[in-house]
Design a protein around this ligand. Structure first.
Ligand code: SAM
Length: 292
């Protein structure tokens, strides 16, 4: 195959993938707003370099994002109830909220009587929202998780929550090594991420086992915003966990709440039949299992 031909095939595949995902994720939005997919066709011609890892969705649109996730289907009626179901009693515990976003989990952790809540996010705009909402009831600061957790002491956290963040990190080995370092023995992490099965529909390589950087366009805040994330196999995720001394205690594919039916029946029906996220609870054993 000549180079020009493979380029055309690559562009067509990318167009089909983006259209499929955009149509599914915007179904209700488009119906409500009476917009057509054609309005968004400009977004299908972005080049690779136009999708930075730090998305505008969590900086420029941070306030809109905070509003959008309060009662939407994917976050409020699928992700949060599914992840929260994996958390144990938090009363009096020290909790780290990694990739805290606008602090919706911090509010929940406070309601659950966590003693110390530390919120960390790469986006200064998100940290500002958390500080405005929570004041001195939490500690919140900006930190790129791909550079570790230099501000957190060894064995300082009882629980780590990390909802919908790890797909923005290229190196999960380093991430889970840091999680192991900051967790107290007997502590645990609960996290969610894109379901590897769902993300495989974005694959351009066609190789499920190969990690891929995916450029996508999401309408979470009512306008299309570019987002880049890593698609990876379940094997890569679980190896990074167990290879860094953590033990997988539970894995769930979540369940969309029936309340979502009233918000968007089309999305509710889709999510009732198709997995979108996975949820894992991983413990740090009392006696270290980390390879030396
Ligand atoms: C989908 S949002 C989830 C926010 C929050 N956990 C929630 O469930 O509402 C992903 C968050 O991860 C943050 N994030 C992305 N990459 C990051 C990184 N390398 N280090 C720290 N935070 C990151 C984003 O800024 C964003 O706030």
């Amino acid at each position: 195959m000549r180079q020009g031909e493979s380029h055309v095939i690559f562009r067509v595949l990318r167009l089909v993938t983006l259209l499929k995902r955009f149509k599914r994720k915007t179904g209700c939005y488009l119906l409500n707003q009476k917009r057509s997919l054609a309005d968004n066709s400009a977004y299908l011609s972005f080049s690779h370099s136009e999708f930075p890892m730090k998305s505008d969705l969590y900086s420029t649109y941070a306030k809109k994002y905070d509003l959008a996730i309060q009662d939407n289907v994917y976050n409020a009626h699928l992700e949060r109830p599914s992840l929260q179901a994996m958390l144990g009693d938090l009363m009096g515990l020290d909790v780290l909220d990694l990739g805290c976003g606008s602090g919706i989990y911090a509010e929940y952790l406070k309601q659950q009587s966590a003693q110390k809540i530390t919120c960390i996010d790469i986006a200064e705009e998100m940290i500002a929202i958390v500080q405005a909402k929570m004041g001195d009831r939490v500690t919140a600061y900006a930190q790129d998780l791909s550079l570790g957790l230099p501000g957190e002491a060894n064995e300082s956290a009882d629980v780590v929550v990390c909802p919908l963040v790890i797909h923005y990190l290229e190196n999960l080995e380093d991430f889970f090594c840091e999680v192991n370092r900051v967790l107290k023995p007997g502590g645990y992490i609960v996290f969610s991420t894109h379901h590897p099965f769902a993300d495989f529909e974005c694959s351009l390589s066609g190789n499920y086992y190969e990690r891929e950087l995916i450029n996508d366009v999401w309408d979470t805040v009512g306008v299309p915003v570019k987002v880049a994330f890593y698609r990876r196999s379940l094997t890569e995720i679980t190896r990074a966990i167990t290879g860094n001394g953590l033990v997988i205690e539970a894995l769930s594919e979540g369940a969309v709440s029936e309340k979502a039916q009233a918000i968007c029946p089309e999305t509710y029906n889709y999510l009732s039949r198709n997995p979108n996220f996975i949820f894992l609870k991983c413990c740090k054993p009392m006696v270290s299992q980390k390879k030396i």
